[in-house]
Design a protein around this ligand. Structure first.
Ligand SMILES: C[S@@+](CC[C@H](N)C(=O)[O-])C[C@H]1O[C@@H](n2cnc3c(N)ncnc32)[C@H](O)[C@@H]1O
Length: 269
């Protein structure tokens, strides 16, 4: 059976559920807050769309699922007010693998909409949240339908077990582990790297089709810090840091003048 069909975070809200065990990932989301804000404000200030397409890839199910959507909605609300523009229609797509607990997300939606209207008023009755089951290592959305793509703590999941983890004699090289560690031999590191390269290229190719020109993407994940010069003889495990990358789709030349508005101050708990 395909890895993609069986993988999912622990469902529900029990002690071992992802919902109860995702504080580290929540921290990563909050560290990337200001980068998300800069990206969304940049989109609105460059070419204010009537309908804004947003996707969170690898949304999982639990408290983190709605954090990023709420944050984006806050930014859209504040920026629209500042620019004196009506709030754009919002199409928010929550994506994960088909085994994800989408039921849990859908059940939480009425409360999400209710809170939105109470906190932000009538302008947000044109916010449409949908679930999109499928792998982000392939097409998920219609062409040029997305303005902003977000993904946090998800892109380190590979699409399949890398090839080449066994010796020529069929002996496992990674000592029975299913991740990279300090003791993983170089061949294993290379096998993971090669699979990541293939997967990430496909990810970028797919998003390039789905995003509008000038759309932006924020991807954050745990990563080792850049190697200090001179580079070490072999890849070692160093203390983990958080990396957030922002990318802009530029199939048309970007405007030469800077966006007309400043970044808003952001408050979070
Ligand atoms: C550690 S969770 C992160 C969830 C959430 N973004 C957060 O920050 O708490 C990783 C999520 O990525 C999803 N995922 C892994 N590979 C995926 C793929 N190829 N396509 C879509 N989602 C994927 C997993 O199912 C899982 O829900």
């Amino acid at each position: 059976m395909e890895v993609m069909q069986v993988l999912h975070m622990n469902k529900g809200e029990g002690e071992t559920s992802y919902a109860k065990n995702s504080t580290a990932q929540r921290e990563i989301i909050s560290i990337a807050n200001s980068i998300v804000e800069e990206a969304v404000v940049g989109i609105l200030c460059t070419n204010f769309p009537e309908s804004l397409g947003v996707a969170d890839l690898g949304c999982s199910s639990g408290p983190n699922t709605f954090i990023i959507s709420s944050e984006i909605i806050d930014i859209v609300h504040a920026t629209s007010c500042r620019l004196g523009r009506p709030i754009p229609e919002l199409r928010v797509s929550l994506n994960d693998l088909p085994g994800n607990d989408f039921n849990c997300i859908f059940k939480a939606l009425p409360e999400f909409y209710k809170k939105l209207k109470e906190e932000k008023g009538g302008g947000f009755d044109r916010c449409f949240v949908s679930g999109v089951p499928g792998s982000f290592y392939g097409r998920l959305f219609p062409s040029k339908s997305l303005h902003f793509v977000h993904s946090s703590s998800s892109l380190h999941w590979l699409s399949q077990v890398p090839k080449g983890l066994d010796s020529n004699e069929g002996i496992p090289l990674n000592k029975g582990k299913l991740y990279l560690s300090e003791t993983s031999p170089v061949r294993v590191v290379e096998a993971y790297l090669s699979q990541f390269y293939k997967d990430f290229s496909l990810f970028l190719k797919s998003r390039a089709e789905e995003m509008v020109p000038g759309g932006r993407m924020v991807l954050s994940f745990m990563a080792p810090p850049p190697p200090p010069p001179p580079p070490p003889p072999q890849l070692r495990h160093r203390p983990t840091t958080i990396t957030a990358t922002t990318m802009t789709t530029t199939t048309t030349p970007p405007s030469s003048s800077p966006p007309p508005c400043r970044r808003r101050h952001h408050h979070h708990n």
